[in-house]
Ligand binder design. Structure first.
Ligand code: XMP
Ligand code: MG
Length: 203
């Protein structure tokens, strides 16, 4: 038992898991791009806790259905629901409008919800609102199913990039119009497992 714990400690030290600053101290490289730290893991967690508190208050006594937009929002959604104090359900949809580092134009539903949404209190969880196209399309789609209410939560938002007027009740952070990775967000499939957020370093 003891030698097992000592081995785990050594492994954690080797991989820098014991340090709280190692993830945000330096730039990171993903394929051809370099990214610089934007929000540390603790800044992210602090903000998510506040969002969870706000939703717990506004949805007290309800059993909301969190709808997480895949793939990017799955990390944010998993933390957010654990900050929600009360009964809730969770569902997932897959939409797509992004390729590489720029929005591609059309939004498609790749995978849908099986639940009946009529009369439900929905909390839509999005990783990032860029042009607003994805949410605009999706909120429209949800409205048609006559839910009791729709509340939208976005972990990040790029106000300068907005092209569609979409209601987002709760935003984690407003950021510059630069590509970001980490905390569920990817560049070409990589970077989703980074606990903090990194921003593209433009040379
Ligand atoms: P729209 O333009 O529809 O875009 O608001 C929202 C979707 O685009 C993706 N997106 C990003 N993904 N880093 C990413 O990894 C970014 O900086 C970024 N900006 C937008 C994301 O999937 C989001 O759901
Ligand atoms: Mg993506």
């Amino acid at each position: 038992m003891e030698s097992n714990a000592a081995a785990l400690l050594l492994l954690a030290q080797k991989h820098n898991l014991m340090s709280t600053t190692s993830h945000t101290a330096d730039t990171i490289q993903i394929r051809d791009l370099t990214f610089q730290p934007l929000f540390s893991e603790s800044e992210v967690q602090e903000r998510v806790a506040i969002l969870g508190l706000a939703l717990s208050e506004s949805h007290k006594g309800r059993t909301p259905l969190f709808i997480s937009i895949l793939s990017g929002a799955f990390v944010f959604a998993s933390d957010l629901i654990r900050q929600f104090d009360g009964d809730c359900e969770v569902g997932f949809v897959k939409l797509s409008s992004y390729q590489g580092t720029r929005s591609s134009g059309d939004v498609q539903t790749v995978m849908g919800l099986e639940k009946d949404l009529a009369g439900r209190h929905l909390i839509v969880v999005e990783d990032i609102v860029d042009t607003g196209r994805t949410l605009h399309f999706f909120l429209d789609h949800l409205q048609q199913q006559q839910p009791a209410s729709i509340t939208t939560v976005a972990f990040l938002r790029k106000p300068e990039a907005a092209q569609f007027d979409v209601p987002v009740e709760h935003v984690g952070f407003d950021i510059d119009d630069k590509f970001v990775v980490g905390y569920g967000l990817d560049y070409d499939g990589l970077g989703r497992n980074i606990p903090g957020v990194y921003q593209l370093l433009e040379k």
